[in-house]
Design a protein around this ligand. Sequence first.
Ligand SMILES: [Zn+2]
Length: 73
Amino acid sequence: MEQRTVVRCAEGHVFSTATFPMQNLLEGRLGPGRLIRCPQCGRLRSSVPADPAQLSGAQLARALRLEAVESLA
Ligand SMILES: [Zn+2]
């Protein structure tokens, strides 16, 4: 099964990405996050990992359908 990370952009959109490095997960919660192209903004946004436990089932399902197509390391 594909490993994806649910993230939240600076505008509050929740989506998923396959490219978010796992080792940055804890750092990302506290730091400025990483630049990922948000599928809803259509722009590079500073995004941080979202806690799936704090999302509703609908939000989570939506996030998993919205996958970021590219990211900047
Ligand atoms: Zn966004």
